[in-house]
Design a protein around this ligand. Structure first.
Ligand SMILES: Cc1ncc(COP(=O)(O)O)c(C=O)c1O
Length: 454
């Protein structure tokens, strides 16, 4: 429902319409809602000048790859819920599954009296790793899944330490937070409460950085306290960095040699986002544990930690130990996830993300080079545009693109990378139109004078 006096623009190709910005964002309705928000929501993020005009908008509705804000502006959503809306807004099959399930059973009784929907999903998740007997722990957020994986590694190895990477983001619960390499300020106020055995190694962006990274990994593993090596197969929030192809196999080899478990954080990369079902398997490794989240619930909060049955058997002890929560494996989210997995399969969306994503990335690279000489990188529909050399970085670019009707997000330690994670269903003409808009926005930004601040 829109709250604006302005009627929404007519939809000619519902869900795949070009942008229509009728009121410069943020329009008056967004501003009113944002004033209310500032009053009632705890103020997160960098402290803002209260007199500065707001730069965000308030969303009212979405369909496919389009969203409407409360001023009836129509945007193309290239952020898609931070990459979570793999099949876009309001996918018919996902909605139907949610509707049917909500008429049957909204909530079961977790591990005590589980729902059939939860068991159906667990069976289906096991099929993601053919040839292995896989078992899962469900949760509600990516952070939950990582916590479950870190605990599993601690149970299996008896070691307290975790090795993570600079620039990494695994969520903000206490377990994942101790392994957060993206921004020191996220950890600093809580550091006395965090795992003191966390170590960090550089995440290699190129072959030239690989040896340095692996040397640091090996040095940390030699300490003998590391039970878990936690890695994103592609660094996501850290700035969409694709590591050299040898990185993951070498990392897996080192972890094994030193008795640590390898956890692949596929919360972002998994289920087609990066152009394959699982980026770690695509890279030729078999991690001990795989974490999924974001897209898994088709827009509802759901996550999973997957591992071989033998390893997951570590949870079964004489003295009870569990990892669960009231809504873990909630039937509604499980039904949505089953529908999502069906849509991904039937419409071959993972393959589409690889093919269309590669074509789009090449077009973006050409345009970004021509307009501003900046780099484009990524895999599938997980793309980063490095705006560090430009005044205002990705935040300034994001703002200009919003005015042209495109929702994007930012990544990197200094928010220097514009991040594009559209629905895997997005129509190609929208991608082409965005490529032109990007070129126009980039030419408006001056080269940066000083160094990019962190
Ligand atoms: C790679 C990765 N892991 C874990 C998380 C945490 O997920 P959540 O925000 O659902 O806790 C994120 C979130 O952006 C992520 O990108």
């Amino acid at each position: 429902m829109s709250w604006s006096e302005v009627p929404p623009p007519p939809a000619t190709n519902p869900g795949n319409d070009l942008p229509c910005v009728q009121v410069r964002p943020p329009g008056p309705e967004s501003r009113t809602w944002l004033t209310r928000l500032a009053h009632c929501q705890a103020p997160m993020g960098p402290r803002r000048d209260p007199t500065a005009p707001p730069s965000t908008i308030v969303l009212a509705s979405g369909q496919g790859s389009n969203v409407l804000d409360v001023d009836s502006n129509r945007y193309v959503d290239l952020a898609a819920g931070f990459g979570a809306l793999l099949v876009g807004h309001g996918n018919e099959q996902v909605l139907r599954a949610v509707e049917l399930q909500s008429g049957r059973l909204l909530q079961a009784l977790g591990d005590v009296y589980p729902s059939d929907a939860k068991i159906g999903l667990l069976t289906r998740l096991g099929e993601l790793l053919p040839g292995r007997h896989t078992q899962c722990i469900l949760g509600q957020s990516g952070s939950d899944a990582i916590s479950a994986a870190l605990k599993t590694a601690a149970l299996a190895t008896g070691r307290p330490g975790v090795l993570a990477f600079e620039g990494a983001y695994h969520g903000l619960g206490y377990g994942p937070l101790s392994a957060l390499g993206l921004r020191a300020s996220y950890r600093a106020p809580f550091s006395p409460q965090l795992n003191p055995h966390a170590r960090f190694a550089p995440y290699p962006a190129t072959d030239a950085h690989l040896d340095e990274a692996l040397t640091a990994v090996e040095a940390a593993l030699r300490e003998g306290t590391i039970g878990a090596v936690l890695v994103e197969p592609l660094l996501g929030r850290g700035g969409v960095i694709v590591p050299p192809s040898r990185f993951l196999p070498e990392l897996a080899r080192l972890a094994r040699a030193h008795g640590a478990l390898l956890i692949a954080d596929e919360v972002w990369t998994g289920l087609g986002r990066s152009g394959s079902w699982l980026a770690s398997i695509e890279a030729g490794i078999t991690p001990d544990l795989i974490c999924l989240g974001k897209g898994l619930g088709g827009g509802l909060p759901l996550s999973a930690c997957l591992g071989a049955a033998e390893l997951m058997g570590e949870w079964s002890r004489a003295e009870e130990v569990v990892h669960t929560s009231t809504f873990a494996g909630a039937p509604l989210a499980c039904a949505a996830a089953l529908a999502l997995l069906d849509v991904l399969h039937r419409q071959r969306l993972v393959e589409r993300a690889a093919e269309v994503g590669a074509r789009w990335r090449a077009a973006l690279q050409e345009e970004a080079q021509r307009a501003a000489g900046v780099e484009v990188r990524g895999a599938g529909f997980m793309i980063g545009i490095d705006a560090a050399p430009l005044e205002g970085g990705a935040v300034a670019l994001q703002r200009r693109l919003l005015e042209r009707g495109y929702l994007t997000s930012t990544g990197g330690g200094a928010r220097e990378v514009l991040v594009l994670t559209p629905p895997l269903t997005i129509a190609e003409p929208l991608l082409d139109a965005f490529t032109d808009a990007l070129g126009a926005a980039l030419t408006e930004l001056a080269p940066r004078q000083g160094p990019a601040g962190r």
